[in-house]
Write a protein that binds this ligand. Structure first.
Ligand code: KIV
Ligand code: ZN
Length: 386
């Protein structure tokens, strides 16, 4: 099986659906440019029928992109599909992404449609999209709470109607790695023609399992992952692109696939998206958080100074983050303090160092973090006191 995992970025569509994260045309263009630098394969630029502004922004992204496929979302309705096409047809590589829910709950409570109505809508909507565009993705919304037999029938109909990518979203973040992987295996084994389509993941993070579920589906045969920068998205968000890409890179021994992500562009993409959306990245967020490469405890700092692989499984440089940060606090030891003094240009005798270290520990007990200016004050004061 081909080992290339297509990264489908939906920061500009599902990510934008995070409360308060909507982006205007200029902002979407900036993010799209960085996504291409990052090496994503597909950019879902928007939901063209949602508003005039989203139509214009999706059109502008389609015109700007040079390498990525540009997609617009569309419900299973002709006006949606025609509007999506009107926006993405300007792209060098356009895609229409159409979806409908397949779970009993969504079909009954939300769509007020029978399962047979939904199957008819799939055939009609995918067929309409395929008449307009060679590249058509179909998504089974709430796939993970759908009846497996019905889901297989729906996928078969979508492929027969011309879908080239089949996306099986965990819309409400309900799956576990075992169940999500099993669903992909089931579809691959049971649906005639499933081998002709690219199967895609789309995981939400309600249980904090979005990336784990994505990786499980890749191991089961999925070859496209839908995800967002910093994991932004509806409710608890979507799977985070940076986490998927680095998991695949760092654990290639157990995830023998590859992505086209240029990892050194990850931090730039993260900061751009957080700056534009105003959605701060939590300090302990994997890969891109401020503390992702920071070490405070003396034991860890000592290990890092001897060999950084003692406590880092990837380097900050590999994700475009600059250098490892040895944070000085009450858990720090002599080795890190000595290194910090040397970096700051101090050359203390053993006695002076012993005294400075004691004063540093007293200060660290009183303060959460000791900054360079605290050390300057502490050492200069000591020198003045003689
Ligand atoms: O979560 C979801 O099911 C979606 C689909 C519209 C792809 O975002
Ligand atoms: Zn979603």
């Amino acid at each position: 099986m081909n080992d290339h995992i297509m990264i489908f970025d939906t920061t500009l569509r599902d990510g934008e659906q995070s409360p308060g994260c909507s982006m205007n045309l200029e902002e979407k263009l900036k993010v799209a440019a960085q996504l291409e630098a990052l090496g994503v394969d597909v950019i879902e630029a928007g939901f063209a029928i949602a508003s005039e502004g989203d139509f214009e922004a999706t059109t502008a992204v389609a015109k700007q992109c040079e390498t990525a496929i540009v997609a617009s979302l569309a419900r299973a309705a002709f006006p949606d599909i025609d509007r999506a096409w009107a926006a993405v047809r300007h792209a060098r590589r356009p895609r229409i992404h159409t979806f409908i829910a397949t779970s009993p709950l969504h079909m009954r409570a939300k769509l007020n449609k029978t399962p047979e109505d939904v199957l008819d809508a799939i055939a009609a909507s995918v067929g309409r999209a395929r008449n307009l565009c060679e590249d058509v993705e179909w998504s089974a919304e709430d796939a993970t709470r759908s009846d497996p037999d019905f889901l297989c029938r729906a996928v078969e109909i979508a492929i027969k109607a011309g879908a080239t990518t089949i996306n099986l979203p965990d819309t409400v973040g309900y799956a576990t790695p075992e169940t999500y992987g099993a669903m992909f295996r089931d579809v691959i084994n049971r649906v005639p023609g499933a081998d002709k389509a690219i199967l895609s993941t789309h995981c939400h993070n309600d249980l904090g399992l979005a990336v784990a579920n994505t990786l499980a589906a890749i191991m089961a045969g999925a070859r496209q992952c839908e995800a967002t920068i910093n994991g932004i998205g509806e409710r608890a968000g979507n799977a985070a692109i940076e986490e998927i890409a680095m998991a695949i890179r760092v654990r290639h021994d157990v995830l023998p696939v590859r992505t086209g992500i240029v990892s050194t562009e990850i931090t730039k993409a993260s900061r751009l998206v957080s700056g534009i959306t105003g959605m701060a990245v939590q300090a302990n967020k994997a890969i891109v958080g401020a503390n992702a490469f920071a070490h405070e405890s003396g034991i860890h700092q000592d290990g890092m100074l001897k060999d950084s692989s003692t406590y880092e499984i990837m380097t900050p440089e590999s994700v475009g983050m600059g250098a490892t940060n040895l944070v000085l606090g009450k858990h720090s030891g002599r080795a890190a303090f000595r290194q910090k003094l040397a970096e700051m240009g101090y050359d203390l005798s053993d006695n002076e160092f012993g005294d400075a270290f004691k004063r540093f520990k007293d200060l660290a007990d009183a303060k959460k973090q000791v900054f360079d200016e605290d050390i300057v004050a502490l050492v200069d004061d000591q020198v003045l006191r003689g």
